[in-house]
Design a protein around this ligand. Structure first.
Ligand code: SF4
Ligand code: SF4
Length: 110
């Protein structure tokens, strides 16, 4: 896993949760006064196997998702995870929901 959510930037819109093809982004939790969304490192493939770029990063309007340089994996490791999660090509339900969200919102602003 090499993506992480910056709590200081995240606006809790939940968009990335619906867009993640591997359901790696966990629903927000409240920790004291802070509400935070997190990425499960055991499910994030950086979108390898689904898209050519990390989809959550592309759609987050506030730049709230960045590369976690302390947790970098190579493409082979990410592909292996994707195959384990999907069986090598079966999109999960959360992916279908994400596509609905994209149709409503349109493509991301470059
Ligand atoms: S898309 Fe960005 S602002 Fe919205 S929940 Fe995800 S990280 Fe937070
Ligand atoms: S990079 Fe892709 S797999 Fe990882 S959390 Fe973002 S949308 Fe999900």
């Amino acid at each position: 896993m090499a993506m992480t959510i910056l709590a200081s930037r995240c606006a809790d819109c939940n968009l990335c949760i619906d867009l993640c093809p591997t359901a790696a982004i966990l629903p927000p939790r409240r920790e004291g006064k802070q509400r935070s969304t997190a990425i499960d490192p055991e499910r994030c493939t950086e979108c390898v196997g689904h898209f050519a770029w990390p989809r959550c990063v592309s759609f987050c309007r506030v730049g709230g998702i960045v590369t976690d340089l302390a947790s970098v994996e190579n493409r082979t490791a990410l592909l292996t995870r994707w195959q384990a999660l999907t069986g090598g090509g079966t999109y999960c339900q959360e992916f279908a929901q994400g596509m609905d969200a994209v149709e409503e919102l349109g493509e991301p602003v470059a």
